[in-house]
Design a protein around this ligand. Structure first.
Ligand code: HEC
Length: 111
């Protein structure tokens, strides 16, 4: 059948465009923020030294670059400003396995 290769391509494209949110592993994300000390400065719904994850999720809601921005922040550790005006390199995750980092970022954006 001549159409088969085309159907296979369509199926592949569809598989990659499925919403990723459904697969978020909240337990793994929670473990990661505890193990990396993120909870010292962040919580899901309260601002600490850093913004709450709910606030961050709201900030990036509907924006395509949210995932990339957070991934860069927690893997490269650029300087961030604290409320008292001081600057410090942002904490990075010790486990930089792309799948683990992606899971964490998607969990943050789902708060
Ligand atoms: C020493 C305190 C501190 C620790 C530890 C810390 N953060 Fe942050 N984080 C901040 C501050 C301060 C900001 C705000 C930066 C800004 O607005 O420029 C921030 C911002 C963020 C943001 C929002 C970024 C944005 O673009 O709005 C996310 C998401 C985040 N941190 C995740 C994490 C994760 C994940 C960890 C653990 C690996 C972590 N943080 C550890 C202080 C911290």
């Amino acid at each position: 059948m001549k159409v088969t290769p085309l159907l296979a391509v369509a199926a592949t494209v569809f598989a990659f465009s499925l919403p990723a949110g459904a697969a978020v592993d909240a337990d793994a994300a929670n473990k990661m923020i505890k193990d990396n000390g993120c909870t010292k400065c962040h919580s899901v719904d309260k601002d600490k030294k850093g913004p709450s994850f709910k606030k961050t999720a709201a900030k990036y809601k509907g924006k395509a670059d949210g995932e990339a921005k957070i991934t860069t922040l927690i893997t490269t550790g650029p300087k961030v400003k604290f409320d008292d005006g001081s600057e410090e390199e942002h904490k990075t995750v010790s486990n930089k396995d792309p799948a683990q980092v992606k899971n964490l970022v998607q969990w943050i954006l789902a708060q």
